[in-house]
Ligand binder design. Sequence first.
Ligand SMILES: NC(=O)c1ccc[n+]([C@@H]2O[C@H](COP(=O)([O-])OP(=O)(O)OC[C@H]3O[C@@H](n4cnc5c(N)ncnc54)[C@H](O)[C@@H]3O)[C@@H](O)[C@H]2O)c1
Length: 478
Amino acid sequence: MATPALTIQNNGARLQREVSRSLSFSTSPNDSFNSRRFSTSIEGTSPTLRRNTTQGTPKHLKPFREEDIKILLLENVNQTGKDILTNQGYQVESLKSSLPEDQLIEKIKDVHVLGIRSKTKLSARVLSHAKNLIVVGCFCIGTNQVDLAYAATHGICVFNSPFSNSRSVAELVIGEIIALARQMTDRSSELHAGTWNKVSNKCWEIRGKTLGIIGYGHIGSQLSVLAESMGMNVIYHDVVNLMAMGSARQIPTLDGLLERADFVTCHVPELPETKNLIGAPQLEAMKQGSYLINASRGSVVDIPALIAAMRTGKIAGAALDVYPQEPAGNGDYFTNDLNPWATDLRNLKNIILTPHIGGSTEEAQSAIGIEVAEALVRYVNEGVTVGAVNMPEVTLRSLTMDEPDHARVIFIHHNVPGVLRRVNEILGDHNVDKQMSDSRGDIAYLMADISNVRESEVAQLYRELEGLKEKVVTRILY
Ligand SMILES: NC(=O)c1ccc[n+]([C@@H]2O[C@H](COP(=O)([O-])OP(=O)(O)OC[C@H]3O[C@@H](n4cnc5c(N)ncnc54)[C@H](O)[C@@H]3O)[C@@H](O)[C@H]2O)c1
């Protein structure tokens, strides 16, 4: 059942004024929201785009044609994200759950910005009804719930937050290293069942042991620092040559890492090359009685091979947070129907099985809320696509209050020869102060800041650009 709207902020006349003066959070985080007084409206009679100017400070752009920015947030997006968006003066409606497809189609018909998490499926069919949609914010890591190609070809930019939970994953792994070394979860389960089993045999301190990190990116490098501070020796292997944190050492080959490490932990992306990165030969190459942790992707470890290696005692313990098949929701799903070896895995000793919770903390959710909401604000207010997952990444420095008669033209178009010439013919009567264009597949994104623009000319420019057959979306911010 869909939850009714929690908050619908800023409607009516107040909304129109505030949204039409919507500010750029990213360019001017210290400015108070109501600090500017713009003297024009789109239908206004003022001949130029007059504003009160303050030398040097960033100018807050307002969109031409999207005066009433409507935002729909689904799946209980974190309060941090809601606050950033409502403080912009946008109309924000926030629902606690996702919506069934028919309700979603109805609901997104007139929204400009949509915020979702992993449960809302944005298929081509759903997106085809979102006629005003300019941007989608995935307040999560993954974006495979969105038809990214369809979105791009319809000028809908998609953002996510790939790295906000790195610290949370790194901390989970630290906890698992200690728990495995002390067989802590077995002792705990025994005591839960009423059995007192005090043992020290094959229980270890982690101080002085070697941690081998495979993939030294956002998570791997954070983990490196935490592990060293607990007295571990850190080695890592990465396909890229990377600067070590602290006293860590890069090992050129995977086998070189496997034969040295007491604990091996995987932090690589899911790629064809990382499928079964740790299989039977790699487990064989590991030290006798060593430990394996995987909180990256389920495809990275060959789990039947791990089960075999744990049964022989070659691997003394393991922690898995990710699996080849994961259920879509919570419940009694971790069975052989989901993965054929589930029962064998569950019956092993000293194995920590967690349901993909590596990044699931309050702090990570809060950071995701901030990162994605800021990206949405930058996109709506300035057209900046840095961090977009389906569009070329384009940015220009912010317009300042010293540039009162400037406008920013954004033209998303099909990437075919001759478009830039036609666009520049249209912009030609103005001074193009700066311009950036980039393409990704079939879609190209042009951003141009032009000067000496009169208000009446903004409407004319808009009409002319809209008339180009290669156009996907035209936006003019001024
Ligand atoms: N369990 C969770 O909840 C959770 C949360 C966040 C991220 N993750 C997963 O963790 C993994 C790492 O995330 P990240 O943010 O650190 O990614 P990242 O992109 O910052 O780092 C990945 C590193 O792996 C390296 N790499 C790629 N292929 C390699 C190979 N074949 N051998 C060795 N190194 C290789 C890359 O060069 C890069 O340095 C990803 O798979 C991500 O999906 C899981």
